[in-house]
Design a protein around this ligand. Sequence first.
Ligand SMILES: [Zn+2]
Length: 235
Amino acid sequence: MLQRVVLPFLLVLAVLSGVSAIISTQTKTDRAAVSERSVPTVVLDAGHGGEDGGTVGVNDLLEKDVNLDVALRLRDLLTANGIPVVMTRTEDVLLYDRNADYKGRKKSLDLAARRQIAEDTPDCIFVSIHMNSFPDPRYDGLQVWYSPNNPKSKVIADTVQKTAKAVLQPDNEREIKAATDAIYLLHRLNVPAVLVECGFLSNPAEAEKLAMPDYRRDVAFTLFLAVSEVCRGID
Ligand SMILES: [Zn+2]
């Protein structure tokens, strides 16, 4: 498969070009100042968790598990390349206070907690990882949604969607979409925010791929290329 060759090569290239650019143009002090000034923190949000499994694949794959696996892989790539990351969750949990009155409110408390993490993180961009589902099993392909509240959201979404077409899914003709109030977090967050539906668990072929660690690694690497590009470019 082409991607198996191209993706690791691109990773090496990305790392090498970043390192050589830094070494050739900056002193150690400059480097610290630049990274503090220009690299935002990525708040990485693995959708669902715990009691909320998200959608269920035609192969019984649970969305929450795929989301977390892709998010953890993406975190490792970003941090290895000097981009700070805050995770909303690193385990199979929903975020709500076990001592609070959570009956019937777990999901809303969870979303509010994720929103709070983004709002409490200075100079951040928010990237939420999900898997898609649709009654008609023929639909497939990565789809990015963006928050209408911050113009940088659309730039990030566009970069992710184009990178997916370039290195992961050459036949993907999907276009980015502005989130409506149906997507709670994107509708309410004011920081740059996108939600990536990495693939359709309702499509048998795509669900099968998403069950494979190698493919999830390729998805994470695709997101890494796009997110690191926008992080280096955002003031
Ligand atoms: Zn979801």
